[in-house]
Design a protein around this ligand. Structure first.
Ligand SMILES: [Zn+2]
Length: 149
């Protein structure tokens, strides 16, 4: 998985860097917020879950069938809520420290972080509608990304 985001607005490909504190990544061509989805590791996890928007972490592994069902749902959500949500994927086999710290025993497990702290934990492959509904209260208070223009 590469950290390249395709702008929903103009189709330009953007490298996902780390935006300045309090901001979200925007398209280099049109300034529209980008879908924010990337992979983290034990080493980068702390920095990646601390963002100006809620961060949904997907604990997954290559051998996990249900995880493969969740992946495209998360990609959809990142696109639909560009500028209001960050999605971080963490491979539990390669990153046992973080998985252990948050008590992840079965996958897929989704943990929603707010201000760097876990707010919700959802275990299992949730359908997109269910996941959207559970995320909604957190996304509503989003914003702040628009002012950076
Ligand atoms: Zn664009």
């Amino acid at each position: 998985m590469s950290d390249v985001a395709v702008c929903v607005h103009c189709g330009a490909k953007n490298r996902l860097g780390t935006p300045p504190a309090g901001q979200v990544p925007v398209c280099g061509r049109c300034g529209h917020p980008l879908p924010w989805l990337l992979s983290a590791s034990d080493a980068t996890f702390g920095a990646e879950v601390t963002a100006s928007v809620p961060v949904l972490v997907d604990f997954w592994a290559e051998w996990c069938g249900p995880c493969r069902a969740v992946a495209p749902v998360l990609e959809d959500l990142a696109r639909e809520h560009a500028g209001k949500l960050k999605v971080v994927k963490l491979d539990v086999d390669r990153n046992p420290d973080v998985s252990g710290r948050y008590g992840v025993r079965s996958i897929p497990t989704l943990i929603l972080f707010e201000h760097g702290r876990p707010a919700e934990t959802w275990v299992g492959a949730l359908p997109k509608g269910t996941l959207s509904a559970r995320l909604a209260p957190y996304l509503r208070q989003g914003g702040g990304g628009e002012a950076a223009r």
